[in-house]
Design a protein around this ligand. Structure first.
Ligand code: GDP
Ligand code: GDP
Length: 438
């Protein structure tokens, strides 16, 4: 998976979210409900011609004053210009070019990244004519779209993915060592964890003015453990658009995640898991990354009750459902508690993710599990699973061969996944289960 990111920017109501949903097709979007001046910002993963990339819909604004509104939109555009690889600037043919469109266009013309001007709602030939007005904005790559019907999106996507090349595939190929990303919201303790692991020097290195890398890779080699740590803490911004810390932190987390095998998701124990944390968790799972959850600042929790950790963990797992087979470690970076255990957990997840179960063993165990709890009967015909094999994919995926592959429903799928997890230990790893015609 590449760390390639496409951002959709533009005024509210031009159709950004409609296009976003179309690019993602059935894949469910991760909605980040940052309240206040913005409406939901959405993050998702799109596929086109065998290429996978991140899509961000920068959202709309519901600010009541025009001033705030403009300021917010400029901020978003600037962040998108820094962080994305390709920008889709969307306008609405039915309103013509507005002042705000012209302002955003001025900003975007300075971008060194490819910018596509999308004139949306071009649903009929009359609007096709009207849309030519937008050529005056002066963008070489101008596309007329009807996001609602999808017309024009194919050509757009063909052009967008042509920018995904080997060198945007990140340097992750340079090493066979496990790559562990440290991610989480601002202030959860990411820098402190890094310092505890690799010392203060690392931060000095990243503090070199003009550092423009998005992530920092640090080779760790101590106590017989060797791996690459990927972090975004302390990465310097090129410009001074610091206000929207949350937006930054999510885009950064996505980039670090794309380069990693396993994500260490840090939470602040005093705050619990937030909607934003769940968004990031959901993305990691979709991307097939291994995950370890660190509940940091555990020292700040009053542990009067003996079952504090157990109860906390049970609640957390409920929030993480349906994928809750994840190591949860209660850490205090401040008091150096369980830091090493977290690393061990991440490395175990790394191994689980690469695990290949021999076919004979897999069938021995799983056919027994199937016998003891048979799939349901469909239209009078029993579903018979004859054989199972692990697919030669990079992350764990299993194919069950049966007579009626389309009729195996979610509950039975869950049963099989649980059996795989119970018998073979895929802790921290999203696994895929497929049914195929025998
Ligand atoms: P956003 O605020 O930019 O994300 O805009 P939305 O995606 O929420 O769309 C705003 C409105 O425009 C909705 O009512 C959409 O149904 C409508 N819309 C979006 N794309 C098209 C299109 O291609 N044609 C037409 N006619 N309407 C569209
Ligand atoms: P980052 O923004 O995620 O990199 O967070 P920092 O590492 O900068 O930490 C934010 C604040 O939380 C700092 O004041 C740290 O000293 C504090 N902090 C980090 N880890 C812990 C912890 O385990 N316990 C407590 N009490 N404070 C912590």
């Amino acid at each position: 998976m590449s760390g390639f990111t496409v951002a959709i920017v533009g005024r509210p109501n031009v159709g950004k979210s409609t296009l976003f949903n179309r690019l993602l097709e059935q894949r469910k979007a991760i909605v980040d409900d940052v309240s206040g001046v913005t409406r939901d910002r959405q993050y998702g993963i799109a596929d086109w011609s065998g290429k996978t990339f991140n899509v961000i819909d920068t959202g709309g604004f519901v600010a009541n004053s025009d001033d705030i509104f403009e300021r917010e939109i400029r901020k978003q555009v600037k962040i998108a210009m820094e962080e994305a690889n390709v920008l889709l600037f969307m306008c609405d043919v039915t309103t013509g070019i507005t002042d705000l469109d012209s302002e955003v266009a001025d900003l975007l013309r300075r971008s060194s990244k490819p910018v596509f001007l999308i004139v949306n709602k071009v649903d009929n030939p009359q609007r096709q004519l009207d849309a030519t007005e937008f050529y005056s904005l002066g963008f070489e790559k101008t596309h007329f779209l009807s996001s609602i019907s999808g017309s024009g999106t194919g050509e757009l996507l063909d052009e967008v993915v042509s920018y995904i090349t080997e060198d945007t595939q990140v340097e992750s190929v340079t090493s066979d060592l496990p790559k562990i990303a440290i991610i989480g919201q601002p202030n959860v303790g990411k820098s402190s964890l890094l310092n505890a692991l690799v010392g203060e020097e690392r931060n000095i290195v990243s503090d070199i003015p003009g550092t423009t890398r998005d992530t920092i890779h640090t080779h760790y080699n101590m106590f017989q453990k060797e791996f690459i740590l990927i972090d975004t803490a302390g990465v310097r911004r090129k410009t001074k658009v610091h206000e929207d810390l949350e937006f930054y932190s999510v885009i950064r987390a996505i980039k670090a995640m794309d380069e990693a095998d396993v994500c260490m998701l840090l939470l602040d124990a005093t705050k619990g898991i937030t909607a934003q944390d769940l968004s990031i968790f959901g993305l990691a799972v979709k991307k097939g990354k291994g995950v370890v959850v660190l509940v940091n600042k555990w020292d700040l929790i009053d542990k009067k009750e003996t079952n504090t950790a157990r109860d906390y963990e049970a609640n957390l797992k409920k929030r993480l459902a349906p994928f809750s087979d994840v190591p949860i470690i209660f850490t205090s970076v401040l008091e150096k508690q369980r830091i090493f255990k977290s690393i061990e957990a991440a490395l175990e997840v790394y191994d689980n993710r690469l695990k290949k179960i021999p076919t004979s063993r897999l069938n021995e165990v799983m056919l027994k599990a199937i016998q003891s709890y048979n799939p349901p009967v469909v239209r009078g015909i029993p579903i018979r699973i004859k054989y199972v094999t692990q697919l030669p994919t990079y992350t764990p995926a299993f194919a069950f061969f049966c007579n009626l592959p389309d009729d195996v429903k979610q509950p039975y799928r869950n049963y099989l996944e649980n059996q795989l997890r119970t018998n073979f230990n895929f802790k921290g790893v999203p696994i895929k289960v497929f049914f195929r015609k025998k």
